[in-house]
Design a protein around this ligand. Structure first.
Ligand SMILES: CC(C)(COP(=O)(O)OP(=O)(O)OC[C@H]1O[C@@H](n2cnc3c(N)ncnc32)[C@H](O)[C@@H]1OP(=O)(O)O)[C@@H](O)C(=O)NCCC(=O)NCCS
Length: 277
């Protein structure tokens, strides 16, 4: 059974949340509390959500509140990169030790990037957590508060959905050693369990139906099992107007724990970036 969770973040955030309609960029005290909380997310000392020892996803509502409050207590600020001009409340992430960030990649303050992460030109939003050794390939987007584990590969154009409101909403969780094929979408609190390999173009939402093709069994919706190879499929559903194919995810086969898929062997040279700082 999971133990009750106590957020490591300042409990005064709850009070600020209750009074959020009265807050604005002029509230220096509130801003100090909120900035400290988002800094803790930025450094990985707090997380918007995590998988506990019992395998349950635990959401830190206080972390989500801190992020939402940041949009109230931070003023708009102008920034410029070359000819590009910006006007935003959330600055870019500046704490990039041990991470390779390729030009064109954008990580916002309040996202955490573990050691050895490679960001190709991609986007990582506030509150997202990207574990050690993970590759975020070109045009992949990691939404606010999404939780991505260690040694994950998010292929080109993958969309990992974000969720901020309501604060209790469970974010997308992609666990260690998972592979998400090109242009896949994992959204709305869907979950890719440890070592799962999702084929290119797979769409997984919280209500996507998932079937094991070996057994015919329907598995829990919105998640793909650990150490499995999955692709998008269709199932036939009868409507008053006829029978139509509806999307689903098919578990093609199971892998043994830790088993690599040769076809997905990635070029280690591209991931090895020698950043030791
Ligand atoms: C899912 C995947 C890993 C499966 O590879 P595999 O185990 O070698 O399986 P196969 O290619 O033999 O495909 C098995 C079946 O699934 C189908 N299939 C394969 N990939 C599929 C996909 N993405 N979506 C739907 N069906 C797919 C094949 O047509 C095949 O059907 P069949 O048995 O009726 O002929 C692979 O197809 C894939 O999508 N890789 C991701 C590629 C990618 O995104 N790379 C990123 C660049 S680094």
């Amino acid at each position: 059974m999971s133990l009750p969770f106590t957020s490591p973040l300042d409990p005064r955030l709850d009070e600020l949340w209750e009074n959020r309609s009265e807050l604005g960029p002029g509230d220096a005290a509130a801003r100090g509390i909120v900035v400290a909380a988002v800094n803790a997310l930025d450094r990985g000392e707090a997380r918007a959500a995590f998988v506990d020892g019992g395998g349950e996803v635990v959401v830190d509502e206080r972390a989500k509140r801190a992020i939402l409050l940041a949009f109230r207590v931070l003023g708009l600020s102008r920034a410029q990169v070359g000819d590009f001009h910006y006007n935003d409340r959330i600055p870019l992430k500046s704490h990039l030790d041990g991470v390779r960030v390729v030009p064109g990649a954008i990580a916002r303050w309040g996202s955490y990037l573990g050691r050895g992460v490679v960001l190709m030109p991609s986007f990582v939003n506030i509150g997202a957590y990207v574990g050690d050794g993970t590759m975020v390939d070109t045009w992949a987007t990691v939404g606010s508060c999404a939780q991505v584990g260690q040694n994950v590969h998010l292929s080109g154009g993958v969309g990992v959905g974000g969720v901020l409101e309501p604060p209790s909403a469970v974010p997308v969780v992609i666990e260690d050693e998972a592979f998400v094929g090109s242009r896949s979408m994992v959204v709305e609190g869907a979950r890719v369990r440890t070592g799962a390999k999702l084929g290119a173009g797979t769409i997984l939402t919280r209500t996507t139906r998932v079937f094991d093709v070996e057994t015919g069994e329907e598995l829990p919706r919105g998640e793909v099992p650990a150490w499995s190879v999955c692709v998008s499929g269709t199932r036939v559903r009868s409507f008053p107007g006829g029978d139509f194919g509806m999307p689903c995810v098919l578990v093609l086969r199971r892998l043994t724990e830790g088993e690599p898929l040769d076809r997905l062997a990635l070029n280690d040279l591209l991931r090895e970036h020698g950043v030791s700082g």
